[in-house]
Design a binder for this molecule. Structure first.
Ligand code: NAD
Length: 238
Protein backbone atom coordinates (compact mmCIF):
# COMPACT_ATOMS: atom_id res chain seq x y z
CA UNK A 1 0.00 0.00 0.00
CA UNK A 2 1.27 3.50 -0.87
CA UNK A 3 -0.53 5.18 1.99
CA UNK A 4 0.99 5.47 5.44
CA UNK A 5 -0.98 3.71 8.16
CA UNK A 6 -2.29 5.69 11.13
CA UNK A 7 -3.73 3.56 13.95
CA UNK A 8 -6.20 5.47 16.14
CA UNK A 9 -7.68 3.84 19.26
CA UNK A 10 -11.16 4.76 20.48
CA UNK A 11 -11.97 6.06 17.00
CA UNK A 12 -15.65 5.13 16.58
CA UNK A 13 -16.81 8.45 18.08
CA UNK A 14 -15.70 11.68 19.73
CA UNK A 15 -12.11 12.92 19.59
CA UNK A 16 -10.79 9.66 18.12
CA UNK A 17 -13.25 9.90 15.28
CA UNK A 18 -12.20 13.54 14.68
CA UNK A 19 -8.53 12.54 14.67
CA UNK A 20 -9.24 9.66 12.28
CA UNK A 21 -11.16 11.89 9.87
CA UNK A 22 -8.42 14.56 9.81
CA UNK A 23 -5.78 11.87 9.20
CA UNK A 24 -7.89 10.26 6.43
CA UNK A 25 -8.29 13.68 4.78
CA UNK A 26 -4.49 13.96 4.83
CA UNK A 27 -4.14 10.74 2.86
CA UNK A 28 -3.32 8.33 5.67
CA UNK A 29 -4.92 4.89 5.67
CA UNK A 30 -6.68 4.98 9.02
CA UNK A 31 -6.98 1.90 11.21
CA UNK A 32 -9.95 2.37 13.50
CA UNK A 33 -9.82 0.54 16.84
CA UNK A 34 -12.73 0.55 19.26
CA UNK A 35 -15.07 -1.77 21.17
CA UNK A 36 -18.23 -2.07 19.06
CA UNK A 37 -17.61 -4.20 15.92
CA UNK A 38 -20.46 -2.57 13.95
CA UNK A 39 -19.52 1.01 14.81
CA UNK A 40 -15.87 0.27 14.05
CA UNK A 41 -16.75 -1.21 10.65
CA UNK A 42 -19.05 1.70 9.83
CA UNK A 43 -16.46 4.35 10.78
CA UNK A 44 -13.73 2.55 8.85
CA UNK A 45 -15.99 2.33 5.80
CA UNK A 46 -16.79 6.05 5.94
CA UNK A 47 -13.12 6.98 6.21
CA UNK A 48 -11.85 4.47 3.64
CA UNK A 49 -9.84 2.70 6.34
CA UNK A 50 -9.83 -0.62 8.20
CA UNK A 51 -11.65 -1.40 11.43
CA UNK A 52 -10.80 -3.73 14.32
CA UNK A 53 -12.81 -4.37 17.49
CA UNK A 54 -10.16 -4.38 20.22
CA UNK A 55 -10.22 -3.72 23.96
CA UNK A 56 -7.03 -1.72 24.59
CA UNK A 57 -7.03 -2.86 28.23
CA UNK A 58 -6.49 -6.49 27.13
CA UNK A 59 -2.74 -7.09 26.66
CA UNK A 60 -3.10 -10.34 24.69
CA UNK A 61 -5.89 -9.03 22.45
CA UNK A 62 -3.78 -5.96 21.66
CA UNK A 63 -0.77 -8.16 20.80
CA UNK A 64 -2.88 -10.16 18.33
CA UNK A 65 -4.52 -7.08 16.84
CA UNK A 66 -1.21 -5.26 16.27
CA UNK A 67 0.14 -8.37 14.51
CA UNK A 68 -2.97 -8.51 12.32
CA UNK A 69 -2.77 -4.81 11.42
CA UNK A 70 0.87 -5.11 10.40
CA UNK A 71 0.21 -8.27 8.39
CA UNK A 72 -3.09 -7.36 6.72
CA UNK A 73 -2.92 -3.55 6.42
CA UNK A 74 0.70 -2.47 6.65
CA UNK A 75 3.33 -1.05 9.01
CA UNK A 76 1.97 1.37 11.59
CA UNK A 77 3.62 4.72 10.84
CA UNK A 78 1.53 6.74 13.32
CA UNK A 79 0.00 5.47 16.56
CA UNK A 80 -2.57 7.63 18.35
CA UNK A 81 -3.54 6.35 21.81
CA UNK A 82 -6.89 8.06 22.28
CA UNK A 83 -9.25 5.45 23.82
CA UNK A 84 -10.30 6.55 27.26
CA UNK A 85 -13.07 6.43 29.84
CA UNK A 86 -13.98 8.38 32.95
CA UNK A 87 -15.69 7.19 36.13
CA UNK A 88 -15.87 10.46 38.07
CA UNK A 89 -16.50 10.45 41.81
CA UNK A 90 -15.09 12.21 44.85
CA UNK A 91 -12.11 10.34 46.23
CA UNK A 92 -13.78 9.48 49.55
CA UNK A 93 -16.59 7.69 47.68
CA UNK A 94 -14.65 6.19 44.76
CA UNK A 95 -14.90 2.41 44.46
CA UNK A 96 -11.98 0.12 43.77
CA UNK A 97 -13.67 -0.83 40.51
CA UNK A 98 -13.96 2.81 39.38
CA UNK A 99 -10.25 3.26 40.05
CA UNK A 100 -9.24 -0.01 38.34
CA UNK A 101 -11.36 0.48 35.21
CA UNK A 102 -9.99 3.95 34.48
CA UNK A 103 -6.38 2.97 35.12
CA UNK A 104 -6.80 -0.17 32.96
CA UNK A 105 -8.09 1.72 29.92
CA UNK A 106 -6.51 5.18 30.23
CA UNK A 107 -3.03 4.28 31.49
CA UNK A 108 -2.43 0.58 30.83
CA UNK A 109 -4.16 0.85 27.42
CA UNK A 110 -1.50 3.14 25.90
CA UNK A 111 1.23 0.93 27.40
CA UNK A 112 -0.36 -2.19 25.89
CA UNK A 113 -0.48 -0.72 22.40
CA UNK A 114 2.96 0.90 22.57
CA UNK A 115 4.47 -2.33 23.94
CA UNK A 116 3.48 -4.13 20.74
CA UNK A 117 3.91 -1.36 18.17
CA UNK A 118 7.24 0.01 19.44
CA UNK A 119 9.44 -3.05 18.67
CA UNK A 120 8.27 -2.87 15.04
CA UNK A 121 8.88 0.89 14.84
CA UNK A 122 12.35 0.38 16.34
CA UNK A 123 13.18 -2.17 13.63
CA UNK A 124 12.04 0.28 10.94
CA UNK A 125 13.78 3.21 12.64
CA UNK A 126 10.75 5.39 12.13
CA UNK A 127 7.48 6.22 13.81
CA UNK A 128 5.26 8.78 15.46
CA UNK A 129 3.35 8.17 18.68
CA UNK A 130 0.79 10.65 20.00
CA UNK A 131 -0.86 9.97 23.35
CA UNK A 132 -4.08 11.73 24.32
CA UNK A 133 -3.81 12.77 27.97
CA UNK A 134 -6.04 15.50 29.44
CA UNK A 135 -5.92 18.94 31.03
CA UNK A 136 -7.16 17.03 34.12
CA UNK A 137 -3.73 15.44 34.60
CA UNK A 138 -2.79 18.40 36.79
CA UNK A 139 -5.69 17.60 39.14
CA UNK A 140 -9.45 18.05 38.91
CA UNK A 141 -12.11 17.64 41.60
CA UNK A 142 -13.95 14.31 41.20
CA UNK A 143 -11.31 12.82 38.90
CA UNK A 144 -8.63 11.26 41.13
CA UNK A 145 -8.62 8.05 39.05
CA UNK A 146 -8.67 9.88 35.70
CA UNK A 147 -6.11 12.55 36.66
CA UNK A 148 -3.74 9.89 38.01
CA UNK A 149 -4.06 7.81 34.83
CA UNK A 150 -3.64 10.84 32.56
CA UNK A 151 -0.58 12.02 34.54
CA UNK A 152 0.77 8.48 34.13
CA UNK A 153 0.38 8.83 30.37
CA UNK A 154 2.63 11.89 30.45
CA UNK A 155 5.33 9.95 32.34
CA UNK A 156 4.98 7.11 29.83
CA UNK A 157 5.25 9.59 26.93
CA UNK A 158 8.35 11.36 28.25
CA UNK A 159 10.13 8.09 29.05
CA UNK A 160 9.32 6.53 25.67
CA UNK A 161 10.50 9.73 23.95
CA UNK A 162 13.91 9.42 25.62
CA UNK A 163 14.20 5.69 24.83
CA UNK A 164 13.10 6.00 21.21
CA UNK A 165 14.68 9.26 19.99
CA UNK A 166 17.70 7.44 18.57
CA UNK A 167 15.36 5.24 16.51
CA UNK A 168 13.82 8.28 14.79
CA UNK A 169 10.56 7.76 16.70
CA UNK A 170 8.91 10.77 18.30
CA UNK A 171 6.49 10.45 21.23
CA UNK A 172 4.35 13.37 22.36
CA UNK A 173 1.18 13.95 24.35
CA UNK A 174 -1.79 16.20 23.73
CA UNK A 175 -3.93 17.50 26.59
CA UNK A 176 -7.37 18.40 25.28
CA UNK A 177 -9.28 20.91 27.38
CA UNK A 178 -13.06 20.69 27.01
CA UNK A 179 -14.11 19.07 23.73
CA UNK A 180 -17.59 18.42 22.35
CA UNK A 181 -17.96 14.61 22.43
CA UNK A 182 -20.33 11.98 23.88
CA UNK A 183 -18.07 11.94 26.99
CA UNK A 184 -18.66 15.63 27.79
CA UNK A 185 -22.32 15.58 26.63
CA UNK A 186 -23.00 13.04 29.40
CA UNK A 187 -22.22 15.71 32.04
CA UNK A 188 -25.03 17.40 33.99
CA UNK A 189 -25.91 20.76 32.29
CA UNK A 190 -24.67 22.87 35.24
CA UNK A 191 -21.28 21.15 35.25
CA UNK A 192 -21.09 21.54 31.44
CA UNK A 193 -21.67 25.31 31.80
CA UNK A 194 -19.04 25.63 34.56
CA UNK A 195 -16.49 24.12 32.17
CA UNK A 196 -17.54 26.36 29.28
CA UNK A 197 -17.07 29.43 31.50
CA UNK A 198 -13.43 28.45 32.05
CA UNK A 199 -12.52 28.71 28.34
CA UNK A 200 -10.95 32.08 27.38
CA UNK A 201 -11.75 31.46 23.70
CA UNK A 202 -15.42 31.24 24.66
CA UNK A 203 -16.29 28.03 22.83
CA UNK A 204 -16.06 24.31 23.38
CA UNK A 205 -13.39 22.56 21.29
CA UNK A 206 -14.16 20.24 18.41
CA UNK A 207 -12.66 16.77 17.86
CA UNK A 208 -11.07 18.18 14.70
CA UNK A 209 -9.31 20.91 16.77
CA UNK A 210 -7.47 18.02 18.41
CA UNK A 211 -7.12 16.08 15.15
CA UNK A 212 -5.25 18.90 13.42
CA UNK A 213 -2.65 19.03 16.20
CA UNK A 214 -2.25 15.26 15.95
CA UNK A 215 -1.68 15.68 12.20
CA UNK A 216 0.99 18.31 12.90
CA UNK A 217 2.82 16.05 15.36
CA UNK A 218 2.61 13.19 12.85
CA UNK A 219 4.01 15.35 10.04
CA UNK A 220 7.61 16.03 9.06
CA UNK A 221 7.10 19.61 10.33
CA UNK A 222 7.27 18.17 13.86
CA UNK A 223 10.31 15.94 13.22
CA UNK A 224 12.32 17.65 15.99
CA UNK A 225 9.54 17.66 18.62
CA UNK A 226 9.59 14.81 21.13
CA UNK A 227 8.70 14.25 24.78
CA UNK A 228 6.45 17.29 24.71
CA UNK A 229 2.96 18.01 25.91
CA UNK A 230 0.68 20.29 23.91
CA UNK A 231 -2.49 21.73 25.40
CA UNK A 232 -5.44 22.03 23.02
CA UNK A 233 -7.95 23.86 25.14
CA UNK A 234 -8.67 27.35 23.86
CA UNK A 235 -6.55 28.71 26.73
CA UNK A 236 -8.44 26.79 29.44
CA UNK A 237 -6.75 26.30 32.81
CA UNK A 238 -8.58 24.00 35.23
P1 NAD B 1 -15.76 9.32 24.14
O1 NAD B 1 -16.31 8.57 25.30
O2 NAD B 1 -16.70 10.14 23.34
O3 NAD B 1 -14.96 8.35 23.17
C1 NAD B 1 -14.00 7.44 23.69
C2 NAD B 1 -13.93 6.24 22.77
O4 NAD B 1 -13.01 5.30 23.36
C3 NAD B 1 -15.28 5.52 22.63
O5 NAD B 1 -15.57 5.29 21.27
C4 NAD B 1 -15.09 4.25 23.42
O6 NAD B 1 -15.84 3.15 22.94
C5 NAD B 1 -13.58 4.00 23.25
N1 NAD B 1 -13.09 3.11 24.30
C6 NAD B 1 -13.37 3.15 25.62
N2 NAD B 1 -12.78 2.13 26.25
C7 NAD B 1 -12.10 1.42 25.30
C8 NAD B 1 -11.31 0.24 25.34
N3 NAD B 1 -11.11 -0.43 26.49
N4 NAD B 1 -10.77 -0.21 24.18
C9 NAD B 1 -11.00 0.45 23.02
N5 NAD B 1 -11.74 1.57 22.92
C10 NAD B 1 -12.29 2.04 24.05
O7 NAD B 1 -14.61 10.24 24.73
P2 NAD B 1 -13.83 11.49 24.07
O8 NAD B 1 -14.31 12.70 24.76
O9 NAD B 1 -13.84 11.41 22.60
O10 NAD B 1 -12.37 11.17 24.64
C11 NAD B 1 -11.33 10.66 23.84
C12 NAD B 1 -10.02 10.80 24.62
O11 NAD B 1 -9.78 12.17 24.91
C13 NAD B 1 -10.05 10.08 25.95
O12 NAD B 1 -8.76 9.52 26.22
C14 NAD B 1 -10.35 11.19 26.93
O13 NAD B 1 -9.89 10.90 28.22
C15 NAD B 1 -9.61 12.35 26.30
N6 NAD B 1 -10.06 13.69 26.69
C16 NAD B 1 -11.33 14.13 26.36
C17 NAD B 1 -11.70 15.42 26.70
C18 NAD B 1 -13.04 16.01 26.34
O14 NAD B 1 -13.31 17.16 26.71
N7 NAD B 1 -13.91 15.29 25.64
C19 NAD B 1 -10.80 16.24 27.39
C20 NAD B 1 -9.55 15.76 27.71
C21 NAD B 1 -9.18 14.47 27.34
Amino acid sequence: MDQQVALVTGAQQGIGRGIASVMAARAYHVVVWDLDPEAVAETARELGGTGFAVDVADFRAVADAVAQVEELVGPVAVLVNNAGINRDRMLHRMSEDEWDQVVAVDMKGPFNVMRHVVPRMRERKSGRIINISSASWQGNVGQANYAAAKAGVIGLTKTAARELARFNITVNAICPGFIDTPMTRRMPPEAFQVMLDKIPMGRIGTPEDVGRVVAFLASSDAAYVTGDVINVGGGMVL
